[in-house]
Ligand binder design. Structure first.
Ligand code: NAD
Ligand code: ZN
Ligand code: ZN
Length: 403
């Protein structure tokens, strides 16, 4: 048991006091975990666009003061009453949507929308007692997505904590706790392209390139990347994106451009922008008869999806997903293993240096590559730089080191 178990911990956290204002590193008090809760020492966290939306609070309703952050990795410091699934010292990834293990969704093989712990962007308190575990001079600071990882210590419901292989490097796998797994799962678990499919990916940020990575692993023959930011195209080549379309370069709708490129439409499309027009285009660019489109981006709170019903009659399918349909506790450890396979194979190549290594290398490209998503790293004191980079559309994931 850790020396701090059962006690209030004073530590640093980046507090969003007001919408759109730089975060301020403050000393906060973190209460001990209560029944079915876990307190985690966060070691690395990264910025996902969802944090930025709820910090800007332009297109979303948000509560302040709040501790944002949901993509992270850490070590369990202590656990509350009734927690048996994890213990102090375990390496874990926090997840913005949970898995209670008991509800109809958790028991279904098709859903990850846990009735108790599914994503809730408005709640700023713990489910157990409707109180916050964070405070400054007795004044509550609210939680975000049940994770609040922009803090050296945070408290989560145990159902939002995935225990992972302790050998996995936490500075890398932190990015698997939201964006990359979301994109990867949106393709592999929801769009389900077959070998030789054509796949369009709208939005070439980390989530979209996670979706492209899924298309590569599924053996897609064409991956068409769509983005308004041409600077994204060069980076996307590393992720197996074979063709690029910038909607700004055409006078006609991008769905028509894609239909012409693919003789009637792509087999699958995955939307990872949050923009309503891109969502509609992503649906309308799939082939009639069999095309499937998957929406992943978080839309503006007032957005309305408009398309002609005949698009459905013509046998196009529209789906959406949170966290790529992965059940956080049951499935995320195996996504980490997909990356660890790559790490293991890489070390065997290093040791062998023989023609066998060439064969292993061929196997290697089938494994999940996480490093290429991490384009920047900053110390916790410079967390606002991560926001600046995302607002400028520079880089993919910026990892924030807590120590
Ligand atoms: P990002 O900002 O890094 O990438 C988004 C990309 O979309 C950018 O390159 C941008 O230029 C592009 N884009 C914006 N509007 C576009 C348009 N109309 N057409 C084409 N491209 C356009 O963001 P990210 O962190 O990769 O997140 C992507 C989206 O996924 C966000 O909306 C985020 O909130 C959402 N998200 C959803 C889930 C989920 O579970 N459903 C999980 C994580 C993130
Ligand atoms: Zn996210
Ligand atoms: Zn459940």
């Amino acid at each position: 048991m850790s020396a701090t178990a059962g006690q209030v911990i004073k530590c640093k956290a980046a507090v969003a006091w007001e919408a759109g204002k730089p975060l301020v590193i403050e000393e906060v008090e973190v209460a001990p975990p209560q029944k079915m809760e876990v307190r985690i020492k966060i070691l690395y966290t990264s910025l996902c666009h969802t944090d930025v939306y709820f910090w800007e609070a332009k297109a979303q309703d948000s509560v302040f003061p709040r501790i944002l952050g949901h993509e992270a990795s850490g070590i369990v410091e202590s656990v509350g009453e009734g927690v048996t699934e994890v213990a102090a010292g375990d390496h874990v990834l926090p997840v913005f949507t949970g898995e209670c293990g008991e509800c109809a969704h958790c028991k279904s093989t098709e859903s990850n929308m846990c009735s108790l712990l599914r994503i809730n962007t408005e709640r700023g308190v713990m489910i157990g007692d409707q109180k916050s575990r964070f405070s400054i001079n007795g004044k509550p600071i609210y939680h975000f997505l049940g994770t609040s990882t922009f803090s050296e210590y945070t408290v989560l419901h145990v159902g939002c904590v995935a225990k992972i292989n302790p050998l996995a490097p936490l500075d890398k796998v932190c990015v698997l706790s939201c964006g990359i797994s979301t994109g990867l799962g949106a393709t592999l678990n929801v769009a389900k392209p077959f070998k030789g499919s054509s796949v369009a990916v709208f939005g070439l940020g980390a989530v979209g390139l996670g979706a492209a990575e899924g298309a590569r692993l599924a053996g897609a023959s064409r991956v068409i990347g769509v983005d308004l930011n041409t600077a994204r195209f060069e980076e996307a080549k590393k992720f197996g994106v074979t063709e690029f379309v910038n909607p700004k370069d055409y006078s006609k709708p991008v769905q028509e451009v894609i239909a012409e490129m693919t003789d009637g439409g792509v087999d699958r499309s995955v939307e990872c922008t949050g923009n309503i027009n891109a969502m509609i285009s992503a649906f309308e660019c799939v082939h009639d008869g069999w095309g499937v489109a998957v929406l992943v981006g978080v839309p503006h709170k007032d957005a309305v999806f408009k398309t002609h019903p005949v698009n459905f009659l013509n046998e196009r399918t529209l789906k959406g997903t949170f966290f790529g349909n992965y059940k956080p506790r049951s499935d995320l450890p195996s996504v980490v293993e997909m990356y660890m396979n790559k790490v293991r194979l890489q070390s065997s190549i290093f040791n062998l240096q023989s023609s066998l290594s060439v064969n292993i290398w061929l196997l290697l490209v089938q494994e999940l590559e996480v490093e290429k998503f991490i384009t920047h790293t900053v110390p916790f004191a410079e967390i606002n730089k991560a926001f600046e980079l995302m607002l400028k559309g520079e880089g993919l994931r910026c990892v924030i080191r807590m120590e």
